[in-house]
Design a protein around this ligand. Structure first.
Ligand code: SAH
Ligand code: SF4
Ligand code: F3S
Length: 384
C-alpha cells in the first residue's frame, strides 16, 4: 500500500458535471486520497470535461498540454466518453480515461495506475487505463457525503438523455435516459438536510420527463416540497415537449419551489426546429410560455438559443430574432452552432461562414441584453 496521494479536480460543463465532481471527490476521499483546492500540491489532476461544443474541448486539450507530464493526468466525463482510448493518442500525458458511466471505478483505476510507488516507477507515464463501457451508476455513489456548498446541494434525478436533438452530443456521451428511484432521491435530500443544507437543485438533462413507477416529475416536486427542513428548491433543465399545465401549476403552488423556468427554445424557425429534432414548433413554444406566464404570474423565464444551425438562412434566423423579441426572456444563453462529430446535424453540409455566425450571435446577444436590461429596470421600478 502506497502513501495516499493528493488529487485536484478541474470541472468543465454543466451542473451535472459539477455534481459528478463532488461524487468523484467523495469516492476518492473515502478511498484515502486528499482532495486539494489547487493543482500545486496535487500529484493527480483529474479533468472532468464537457463535449457539448468544440470550444469546450479545445480548452481542455490545451490545459492538459500545459502540464507537460509533471503530474498524473486523468481525463474523465463527457470528453473521455467521446474520445475513449483515442485520447491517449491525442495527448500521451493522459494516464487514464474514464467515462461518466464509469466514475465509480475511479478509486480502483487510480490505485492501479499508481502501483506501489508514485513517480519511482519510470514506466508510470506509460501505464494507460480506460473505462468507457459502463452504462449504469450504482446508487451508492450519490451518498458519499461530499458537497461543495454548505447550504445548497445539487441532486441528480435522472441521468443521460434519449432525445437525440440532432446537434447534441449528450445522448452519445451520457447514454440513454435513466431515472433514479424517487425513494433514493428523497433519501439523498433528507441526508443533505441533515447536514444543514436548506436549498436543493434537482438535476437532469430533461427533468420533466422524470418517471419512476407512479411518480412523475410533478409528483416528485410535491414530495420534495413536503420535506421538512428544506427551505427552497429548483430544477434544471426542462424540455418544451414535456412541459404542460400541471407542471406550471406545480411551480405556482409549491411554496418552496423557486418561481423560475429555464425552457430552451433553440430556434424560432419551424424548419430548423424540425432539423434539430426538437419535437415542437414555434407556435407551440409561444403558447407554452403564454400559459406559463398566466399560471405562474411573476415567474422568471430563461432560455437557450443556437444560432447558425446548418442551412439556417437569413429569413430563418430572423424568425428566431422575432421570437426572442416577442418572448421577452429574463435571460438567454446564446450559442454559436458547433458541429459535433457523430451527431446527425454534423452530416448536413454547413454553408455558414464564421463571420455570418458571429454576426447572428452578436445580433441576438444585443437584442437579449436590452430586453434583460428593460425587464430588470421595470422590476426595480415596481419595487420602488
Ligand atoms: N439538456 C439540456 C441542455 C444540454 S446542453 C436541454 O436540452 O435543455 C445546453 C445547451 O447547449 C443546449 O440547450 C443548447 O442550446 C446548447 N448546445 C448543445 N449542443 C450544441 C452544439 N452542438 N452547438 C451549440 N450549442 C449547443
Ligand atoms: Fe441534448 Fe436535446 Fe438531450 Fe438537451 S434534450 S441534452 S439538447 S439531446
Ligand atoms: Fe457538457 Fe456533458 Fe454536461 S457534454 S453539457 S458536461 S452532460
Amino acid at each position: 500500500m502506497h502513501k495516499k496521494n493528493t488529487v485536484f479536480l478541474r470541472t468543465f460543463g454543466c451542473q451535472m458535471n459539477i455534481r459528478d465532481s463532488e461524487v468523484i471527490s467523495g469516492l476518492l476521499q473515502k478511498a484515502g486520497y486528499r482532495i486539494s483546492a489547487t493543482d500545486q500540491d496535487a500529484d493527480i489532476i483529474i479533468f472532468n470535461t464537457c463535449s457539448v461544443r468544440k470550444h469546450a474541448e479545445d480548452r481542455v486539450w490545451s490545459l492538459i498540454g500545459s502540464y507537460k507530464g509533471s503530474k498524473v493526468i486523468g481525463l474523465v466525463g463527457c470528453m473521455a466518453q467521446n474520445y475513449k482510448e483515442q485520447a491517449f493518442q491525442r495527448d500521451p500525458h493522459i494516464s487514464f480515461v474514464v467515462g461518466p458511466q464509469d466514475i465509480h471505478k475511479l478509486p480502483v483505476i487510480i490505485e492501479k495506475i499508481l502501483g506501489d510507488n508514485l513517480f519511482s516507477d519510470k514506466n508510470l507515464l506509460e501505464r494507460k487505463i480506460w473505462e468507457t463501457a459502463g452504462d449504469l451508476r450504482p446508487e451508492e455513489i450519490y451518498h458519499m457525503d461530499f458537497y461543495q456548498d454548505k447550504n445548497h446541494a445539487h441532486v441528480v434525478i435522472s441521468e443521460g438523455c434519449s432525445n437525440f436533438c440532432s446537434y447534441c452530443v449528450v445522448p452519445y456521451v451520457r447514454g440513454a435516459l435513466r431515472h433514479r428511484k424517487h425513494k433514493d432521491i428523497l433519501i439523498e435530500i433528507r441526508e443533505v438536510i441533515a447536514r444543514g443544507v436548506t436549498k436543493v437543485t434537482l438535476l437532469g438533462q430533461n427533468v420533466n420527463a422524470y418517471q419512476d413507477s407512479q411518480v412523475n416529475f410533478t409528483k416528485l416536486l410535491e414530495q420534495v416540497n413536503a420535506l421538512s427542513g428544506l427551505k427552497e428548491f429548483d430544477f434544471f433543465t426542462s424540455h418544451p415537449k414535456d412541459a404542460g399545465v400541471d407542471f406550471f401549476k406545480a411551480i405556482r403552488d409549491l411554496e418552496k419551489l423557486v418561481k423560475r423556468l429555464h425552457l430552451p427554445l433553440q430556434s424560432g424557425s419551424d424548419k430548423i426546429l424540425k432539423l434539430m429534432n426538437r419535437g415542437y414548433q414555434a407556435k407551440d413554444y409561444l403558447s407554452l410560455i403564454d400559459s406559463y406566464r398566466k399560471i405562474v404570474k411573476s415567474g422568471r423565464l430563461t432560455t437557450d438559443i443556437i444560432v447558425g444551425f446548418p442551412t439556417e438562412t437569413d429569413a430563418e434566423f430572423n424568425q428566431t430574432y422575432a421570437l426572442v423579441k416577442k418572448a421577452r426572456f429574463n435571460a438567454a444563453y446564446i450559442f454559436k452552432y458547433s458541429s459535433r462529430p457523430g451527431t446527425e446535424a454534423a452530416k448536413i453540409i454547413d454553408p455558414l461562414k464564421q463571420a455570418e455566425l458571429e454576426q447572428r450571435h452578436r445580433k441576438i446577444l444585443n437584442l437579449q441584453r436590452s430586453i434583460s436590461q428593460e425587464l430588470r429596470s421595470s422590476q426595480v421600478d415596481a419595487k420602488k
